[in-house]
Design a binder for this molecule. Sequence first.
Ligand SMILES: [Zn+2]
Ligand SMILES: [Zn+2]
Length: 396
Amino acid sequence: MLKEKIKSLAQELKEEVISNRRHLHANPELSYQEFETANFVKQKLEEIGIHKIESKATTGWTALIEGKNPKKKVIALRADMDALPIVEANEVSYKSQKEGVMHACGHDAHTASLLGAAKILHQVRDQFEGTIKLLFQPGEEVAPGGASFMIKDGALENPKPAGIIGQHVMPFIPAGKVGFRQGIYMASADELYLTVKGKGGHGAMPETLIDPVLIASHLIVAMQQVISRASSPKVPSVLSFGRVEALGATNVIPNEVKIQGTFRTLNEEWRATAHKKMLQLAHGLVESMGGELDFEIRKGYPFLQNDPELTARATDAAKEYLGEENVVDLDIWMAAEDFAYYSQEIDGCFYRLGTRNEAKGIVSGVHTPTFDIEEDALEIGAGLMAWLAVSELEKA
Ligand SMILES: [Zn+2]
Ligand SMILES: [Zn+2]
């Protein structure tokens, strides 16, 4: 049976997947600079015997694994390859050898898992019908997102996949388990940059000044009403300001105040409306208080929607592979992920691979200097991805 075959291949390959992950972990590269990583991936694909490889988005690849009747249906599997500007604090044999760069989001695990899945799928290619398209993408961590460049470069064409499946590590789920969610899952994320301009001077003479600090204070409070009053309580939204810079002194009012924040939600229509309302309110308020405002909204990734049918089929397939008890439901997650671009073009399913191991102290969140994964999870990381792809080719 194909499932058992995939399971035993995943078991055989486990050490290789771990060693690939460790190599990538020790040699991280920042977004859009994944040159060595891309070379490593290509070399591994060629070693497997996969030769239909195309360069995409400078440091990305697509590759095809053709089964019998390759035109019947195409399913895509995606991995991201970039690391983060973080100094690794883990003392492990595979610690980052590049000071200040770290695979702290698990993209090393995603890439190694997809290489493992590729090797499995190549070995069983006479046992499925259709084609599996692999996407190794750059730049997930930095807007506008490597996925958008992959799409512009034709990664979803020739052949066009019917659906795409992506996997991401999750340090809050124990290793051995995976998580799925149908429908809305992750948020859009936009960066807000505001500069409130007034007229600075001596703090003892406010009547001669336009105080940008007071205006900015009102602005921060007033903007929350867009979230609390203008948005439907049924649509999750969050507005957070994490940086406020007023470089005056106890007795000096500065000329300007800079504010930076993030706006996230799960509905594209409301996202556009909220942008308008925030701009309108902020400009009106600042001008009514005599100041001037520069307000830039830098649009980030769209919200991520998992296609309900594809995700339901993938969830069932995961239950067949891992047992019902090892497949959990995911809650909405207000972080953003550029996989969302793919899921706006074709049916998408973005699921989570549990990588937590409390006994070993592997509990840190992604994007922290102590993030690590329970590597036993990589057997599932490779095997389940391969299984999800072939089951999806069989179904529908
Ligand atoms: Zn990340
Ligand atoms: Zn990530």
